[in-house]
Structures are given as structure tokens and as C-alpha cells.
Design a protein around this ligand. Structure first.
Ligand code: DAH
Length: 341
């Protein structure tokens, strides 16, 4: 019987509607039953085989069923759309009562911290800070510092040249020459010059880019004892008043006499350990009385004024102050390392 078929279609549709979870499912059901080749549509085609009296009755049955199915599909569609909207609202909901996220606080890099401590110590002693270019001429980097071409001491520094006459400065000492030249002849001054320097070198204690701090005092009657007292004060400021300081004769082309300065080992206090190679001492800087040639080359008269100068590595001071045994840690930006300062 056709009417049984219609009933079967109706309940099959309802069953499938109940199971469907997406809008696409509902559209598929419509095509399957009400579409051009749909199951209910094809029943219409069977009307031809019926008697004249039965045709309108069955036709009406099909149409009513079609109406009911349409209605069910429509309602399901609305439910699904509402449900989708509700999900969207829920998932995009913002709880304005939650506490805000705290931005991570940045802080000073250990090298910057060390540089600032060093600067502060010198500022307290009346020095002023000067700066100069990282890309430097051979003239300021070497010649003005009593290092003429072919001077054997140029080999002490593995320079990075840009052209024959231009290089990345190998030390902050060119600031001595630049500052002398920027003052009136024999004019006294007291400067430090912190900044980056460059050398072809890379291992646990050497980096191709590192930081130095230069210092210079020029005045009438400056003596080696002034240099000794001032550096001792500075080093005790940085490493503590218990620190012992010693001066060892050395050689630099820009100073005469020259010295290297050691401090008592920061790890063992001078008893001898792995860090100080069991000597009890750590080398910390180079210094000396400015060579009269340097004063002359840069327009000062060594018979009128005398000067002293010193230079040291900021990384080396930071490593010793904070007990860091690999300099590469400063440049890797590992937060586990940086957060300790
Ligand atoms: N310029 C030297 C270097 O880079 C360090 C130095 C030594 C600087 C003695 C000075 C000094 O001013 O007097 O190795």
C-alpha cells in the first residue's frame, strides 16, 4: 500500500532528523527524501498506476506528508542554528573578573650592571664619561698611541680591518688620543671611556666583541702613586675592601712605566684554587704612566703635564665578580642565566 510507504518515509525522516547534529545533515535528508529524485517525490510518479478515484486521495496524502516533513526539517534547522550561535557565544565569552596577566619585568643585563657599577665608582672620583666610534682609523687605534706601522706590539691584538686604514677598534685606548686632541694643549682632564671592542678571538674566555673601559688622568704633577691609590680604591669598590691589589711590571707601547694589576683571588681569598691557577692572584687590568711620545703626538707637552692611563675588560670583571666561568653565557640570552641578576 502506498499509504504504508508514506508512513514509513515519515518515520524514517524523523528518526534521521533526531540523529543529525549538523546543518549539512539536515540538508542531506531534504535531498534524500524531497529532492527531484527523492523517495517521497518518486511516489508521485507511481500515481499514474492508480485508479482515477484513488489518485487525488493518494496525491493529497503525499502532499500532506511533504508539508509535515518540511516543517520538521525547518524546525530542526532552526534548533541547530540556535545551538551554533549559543556555542559561539560560550566559546568567545570573556570573564572580565579574571585578574590581568602581568607583563614580565625586564631588568639590567649583567654586563650592563657591571659597567654601571664601574662607571659609578669613577664618577664618584670625579671622572667624566666619553665615548667614541666603534669603527676606528688605524691612526687613532694605533699611530696616536705610539704604535707606528710595523710596530711589533700590533701583533698583540688580532685586528679586524675594514680597509687598509679603517678597522673595528681593538681597544678603547683610541679615546685617550681623541680626548687629548679635543682639548686645548696641556689642558687637564679625567675621563673614562666604556664601549665595545673587537678582536679575532673566540673561546670560553674570549669573544670577538667584548667591552672595555679605558681611563685617563692628565694634569700637572700626576705620579705613579696617584695611579696606584686610585686603582686600589676602584678595585676595592667593585670587589670589596678585603681585596688585595698588586702591581706587576709589564709592557704597553702607550705607557712607560707599564704595569699589570692583579687582585687577590675572589674565590679563595688568596689561598690558591683552580680559578687563580693556585697562585692566589687574578690579573685584572693594564695601566701605566702615559708615554711622553703619546702626549707629544697628541699635542701635549710632557715637560708641562704628566698622565696615567688604564684599561680593563668589563666581561672579565663581571665574570670574577659574579663567579661566571664561561663568557659566552653573557651573549646567549638564556633567561635562566639572566634572571639570576
Ligand atoms: N689597551 C690595552 C689592551 O686592550 C689595555 C691597556 C693597557 C690600556 C694599559 C691602557 C693601559 O690604557 O695603560 O690590551
Amino acid at each position: 500500500m502506498i499509504s504504508d510507504k508514506i508512513e514509513a518515509i515519515k518515520s524514517a525522516v524523523d528518526e534521521q532528523i533526531a540523529k543529525s547534529e549538523a546543518i549539512q545533515d539536515v540538508q542531506d535528508i531534504r535531498v534524500k527524501y524531497l529532492g527531484k529524485k527523492g523517495e517521497l517525490t518518486s511516489i508521485m510518479k507511481e500515481l499514474k498506476s492508480l485508479s482515477k478515484e484513488d489518485r487525488p486521495k493518494v496525491g493529497q496524502l503525499v502532499n500532506t506528508a511533504r508539508g509535515i516533513i518540511e516543517d520538521h526539517l525547518k524546525r530542526k534547522m532552526e534548533d541547530l542554528k540556535e545551538c551554533a550561535l549559543e556555542n559561539k557565544i560560550q566559546s568567545e565569552k570573556i570573564d572580565i573578573t579574571l585578574p590581568g596577566r602581568k607583563p614580565v619585568m625586564g631588568h639590567e643585563h649583567p654586563l650592563h650592571l657591571t659597567r654601571r657599577l664601574m662607571e659609578q665608582s669613577f664618577l664618584n672620583m670625579g671622572f667624566s664619561i666619553v665615548e667614541g666610534p666603534d669603527i676606528e682609523s688605524d691612526y687613532y687605534n694605533f699611530q696616536c698611541l705610539n704604535l707606528p706601522e710595523d710596530h711589533p706590539a700590533r701583533d698583540m691584538q688580532d685586528s679586524m680591518y675594514v680597509t687598509d686604514n679603517i678597522l673595528l677598534r681593538t681597544h678603547t685606548s683610541p679615546l685617550e688620543a681623541r680626548t687629548l686632541q679635543s682639548h686645548k694643549p696641556n689642558e687637564p682632564f679625567k675621563i673614562i671611556a666604556p664601549g665595545k671592542v673587537y678582536r679575532c678571538d673566540y673561546d670560553a674566555t674570549h669573544s670577538p666583541i667584548f667591552h672595555q673601559m679605558e681611563g685617563m688622568i692628565v694634569d700637572k704633577g700626576i705620579r705613579f702613586s696617584d695611579l696606584k691609590g686610585m686603582l686600589e680604591d676602584f678595585l676595592q669598590d667593585i670587589f670589596g675592601t678585603q681585596t688585595k691589589v698588586r702591581f706587576r711590571a709589564s709592557y704597553f707601547p702607550f705607557t712607560e712605566p707599564s704595569a699589570e694589576v692583579d687582585i687577590s683571588c675572589v674565590m679563595c681569598g688568596g689561598k690558591g684554587c683552580r680559578v687563580c691557577s693556585h697562585t692566589g692572584w687574578l690579573e685584572i687590568l693594564g695601566c701605566g704612566m702615559t708615554n711622553p711620545n703619546v702626549l707629544r703626538i697628541n699635542g701635549y707637552d710632557p715637560n708641562e703635564v704628566s698622565a696615567f692611563a688604564f684599561g680593563m675588560g668589563v666581561e672579565r670583571i663581571a665574570m670574577l665578580k659574579y663567579g661566571i666561568d664561561d663568557l659566552r653565557l653573557f651573549y646567549e640570552n638564556d633567561m635562566r642565566f639572566l634572571n639570576q641578576f
